[in-house]
Ligand binder design. Structure first.
Ligand SMILES: [Zn+2]
Length: 208
């Protein structure tokens, strides 16, 4: 598997301001190296997300973290005829957020729906994410996490459709498949997401 290149035509550097929220997608142990459904190079986004977390904490802006929260018999699992190995089962260690992600205690956790017979990639579907964002008068989302062509893609698409502006943190996302990720990234930008970079240097080896 080729290392995905961080795309983008000279994206701007992201800076948060009033009405912004950080939306971190599915940074759970099972999606990182050693996990049940590890996203290649997923650990590389940790220092980038941590730098955004630090900025949002310092400025007092809201931070949301979404998670896959599956029942044991979820339809997306291979044992039930689905495409994925069992992952992020409620209450298991694999469903926990990566310990190296410095989420503050004020983080608002959004668990995706746990019905066994339905797959949900978008964090807006079947959750109160939109209501919570509106209540906080959030108008723009900084989005990063895993995986680019699944939960990041569907969440960004739904955010744009609901009228939120999106800063897509292109160095804080990684795909399961490089090509699919590149396609999803272009599509998010075509739909109106703005690709932006962090100030973090090219990541070195990071432990999950
Ligand atoms: Zn899942």
């Amino acid at each position: 598997m080729n290392r995905p290149t961080i795309s983008s035509n000279f994206p701007e550097r992201a800076t948060a301001s009033t009405h912004d929220a950080l939306l971190i997608i599915d940074m759970q142990k099972d999606f990182l190296s050693g996990g049940a459904l590890a996203v290649p190079y997923g650990v590389e986004v940790l220092p980038v997300l941590n730098s955004f977390i630090a900025e949002f904490v310092e400025k007092g802006f809201p931070i949301f973290a979404t998670r896959d929260w599956h029942p044991r018999n979820h339809c997306s699992f291979e044992a039930q005829g689905g495409p994925w190995p069992a992952h992020c089962v409620q209450g298991t260690s694999g469903a926990e957020f990566a310990p190296a992600l410095h989420l503050p205690p004020t983080t608002i956790v959004i668990s995706k729906p746990s019905a066994p017979n339905k797959e949900t990639y978008s964090a807006f579907e079947g959750t109160d994410l939109e209501k919570q964002l509106r209540d906080l008068d959030v108008r723009r989302l900084f989005v990063g996490g895993l995986a680019t062509e699944y939960c990041v893609f569907h969440t960004v698409k739904d955010a744009l459709r609901r009228g939120f502006a999106v800063q897509l943190l292109v160095d804080a996302i990684r795909p399961i498949k490089t090509e699919d990720g590149a396609k999803a990234e272009s599509e998010m930008i075509r739909l109106g997401a703005t690709p932006v970079l962090s100030d973090v240097e090219e990541p070195e080896e990071v432990e999950a």
